[in-house]
Design a protein around this ligand. Structure first.
Ligand code: AMP
Length: 235
C-alpha cells in the first residue's frame, strides 16, 4: 500500500467526524415568546422537529432539576410553585450550560426564554453570528386562564389534555395510557393570575426591548393554523 493511500485511510475517520460535527455558519435561533399557556410548548415541539433544531425550554430544564433534586432545582422550586420567575443567574447558568452541548450547535428553539430584559441582554452577548428569529404568540388573558387552570398532565406518559377544551373520557384518567392526570402546581388559579402579572411586569418589557424585530402571531386559533404561520415566519 502506498504511503499516500495509507495516510488517506488514517485521516478518513477524522475527516468524516469533522464533517458531522461542524456547525453551520449561521445557525438558526428561534425565540418563541408568549404569555404562560399561549401554546408555546406545543408549537415549540412541532416547530423544532420541522426545522431539525434543538428545543430548549427553560421551564422543562428547571422541572427536570427539581425532579432530580439538584441544588439548582431546590433553589428554583419555591419560585416556580409561587408563579414567580426564577432568578436570572440560575436560569442563565442552566441554559448556557445546555447550549454548550454539541446538539445545540446546529441551532436552537428557545421556549420560555428570555423572560426578563437582563436575560435578553445576556443572550445578545452570547450569540455571535446566529440568524435570530423572534416570534410572539398573542392570546387574551381570559383564554390563558382557562387553558392553564384546565390543563392536566398524565403522570405516566406526559400527555396533556384540558378539562374545558379536551376533557378525558374518564375524569382524572389519561385517555392515551390510563395513567393518572394531575394539575401542575403552578396551574392553580391564584398562581396563574400571579404568573400573568409577572408576565406583564417582567416579560412584556422584553418585547419592547426587541421592538420591531418581533413577529406577532395570533395564538388564539386552532394549533394547525398557528403552526402554519410559525413555519411561514421562520422561512
Ligand atoms: P414554563 O414551563 O415556561 O411555563 O415555566 C414554568 C416556570 O419556570 C415559570 O413560571 C418560572 O417560574 C420558571 N421559568 C421558566 N423559564 C424561566 C425564565 N426564562 N426565567 C425565569 N424563570 C423561568
Amino acid at each position: 500500500m502506498s504511503t499516500t493511500i495509507l495516510a488517506l485511510l488514517l485521516t478518513m475517520p477524522f475527516l468524516l467526524l469533522g464533517a458531522v460535527e461542524t456547525a453551520p455558519n449561521n445557525p438558526l435561533v428561534v425565540i418563541l415568546m408568549g404569555p404562560p399557556a399561549s401554546g408555546k410548548g406545543t408549537q415549540a415541539v412541532r416547530l423544532s422537529k420541522e426545522l431539525n433544531i434543538l428545543h430548549l425550554s427553560t421551564g422543562d430544564l428547571l422541572r427536570d432539576n427539581i425532579k432530580r433534586q439538584t441544588d439548582l432545582g431546590k433553589k428554583a422550586k419555591g419560585y416556580i410553585d409561587a408563579g414567580q420567575l426564577v432568578p436570572d443567574e440560575l436560569v442563565l447558568s442552566i441554559l448556557f450550560d445546555r447550549m454548550e452541548q454539541s446538539d445545540a450547535r446546529k441551532g436552537v428553539l428557545l421556549d420560555g426564554f428570555p423572560r426578563t430584559v437582563a436575560q435578553a441582554k445576556a443572550l445578545d452577548k452570547y450569540f455571535t453570528n446566529e440568524k435570530v428569529v423572534i416570534i410572539n404568540l398573542k392570546v387574551p388573558d381570559e383564554v390563558i386562564i382557562r387553558r392553564s387552570t384546565g390543563r392536566l398532565t398524565c403522570q405516566a406518559c406526559g400527555a396533556i389534555c384540558n378539562s374545558y377544551f379536551s376533557p378525558p373520557a374518564k375524569e382524572g384518567i389519561c385517555d392515551k395510557c390510563g395513567g393518572q392526570l394531575m394539575q401542575r402546581t403552578d396551574d392553580k388559579l391564584e398562581t396563574v393570575q400571579n404568573r400573568l402579572k409577572v408576565y406583564y411586569d417582567q416579560t412584556q418589557p422584553v418585547l419592547e426591548y426587541y421592538k420591531d424585530k418581533v413577529i406577532q402571531i395570533d395564538g388564539n386559533r386552532a394549533p394547525d393554523a398557528v403552526f402554519q404561520d410559525l413555519r411561514h415566519a421562520v422561512q
